[in-house]
Design a protein around this ligand. Structure first.
Ligand code: ZN
Length: 280
């Protein structure tokens, strides 16, 4: 079952968030008919956005990659209960050749933007330039740059030979301010020894096992287990309301010319059909 486990280690000096998100990412692949690289990108972003929703306890959080590369962008949004949704802007980059093997090739150069809504008037927004386009490193850099918090992040999607997703997940590890360099160095060393995170999540199967793998000798203490699922709250009425607020004039023009209008929810790819008389 998909979940995020929150924990403390090193006598409460280190915060650990570990996600297992296989079903969530599989649902995104199914709804958006994602190819392999898009599934990697959106899978990683959905996973880390759900983690960050629990880290920041914001009402909603949006993590967006905007890119000048072939994929053009990736967006994920999570509510405070780990309900995530999102999309890649361009899922078809076959014209760019067969030699694409990393997300960096599809997303660099680009920017990472994080908006957190705490129910106040203006959401808090932070922007940073992508370092590698592999997403995990970019998230870690974002925390260092914007909050001066040393952060380790790893995100993975593990596929079989036929391109079927076997597992997805990841972690964020943060040290509290004033933590000794000795601990920082040790965490860095342990994280670097984990190797390929995608395979590790598949082998270890659960967030709890991954926590123990990393910190079993450093007083790990689970503080919570939270749900995570791909879920969009769109409806025929909501999508129509949105259409009407965006460009009523243009919509009227189209409605005059055709008897039905189709609209697609970008987050979950649901198709809705309207009679033109409902719009005019
Ligand atoms: Zn939707």
């Amino acid at each position: 079952m998909d979940r995020i486990v929150t924990a403390l280690a090193y006598d409460k000096k280190v915060r650990v968030f570990i996600a297992l998100s296989t079903n969530t990412v599989n649902e995104a692949i199914r709804l958006h008919r994602l190819n392999l690289m898009s599934a990697m990108a959106l899978g990683r972003l959905l996973t880390v956005t759900a983690i960050m929703s629990y880290m920041t306890q914001s009402e909603s959080i949006a993590v967006q990659v905007s890119s000048e590369g072939p994929m053009k962008g990736v967006l994920a949004i999570s509510d405070e209960k780990g309900k995530v949704k999102g999309y890649v802007t361009n899922n078809d980059y076959t014209t760019y050749g067969e030699n694409i093997t990393s997300l960096g090739q599809l997303l660099m150069p680009g920017k990472l933007m994080i908006s957190r809504d705490f129910g106040l008037k203006e959401p808090y927004t932070g922007i940073t330039r992508l370092i590698t386009g592999e997403i995990a490193e970019d998230i870690a850099r974002y925390y260092m740059d914007s909050e001066q918090t040393p952060t380790a992040c790893a995100l993975g999607t593990y596929f079989d030979d036929k391109g079927k997703l076997l597992s997805a997940g990841g972690y964020i590890i943060q040290v509290l301010p004033g933590t000794e360099d000795r601990i920082l160095n040790e965490i860095e060393q342990r994280v670097s020894l984990t190797g390929n995170i995608s395979k590790l999540i598949y082998d270890l199967e659960t967030p709890e096992n991954l926590l123990n793998f990393l910190f079993s000798d450093r007083n790990p203490e689970i503080t919570g287990t939270h749900g995570i699922a791909f879920k969009c709250s769109c409806s025929k009425e909501k999508i129509l309301d949105k259409l009407l607020t965006i460009d009523k004039e243009q919509l009227n023009e189209v409605a005059k010319q055709q008897s039905t209008i189709e609209a697609v929810c970008p987050y979950c790819n649901s198709h809705y059909h309207y009679h033109s008389k409902d719009i005019l």
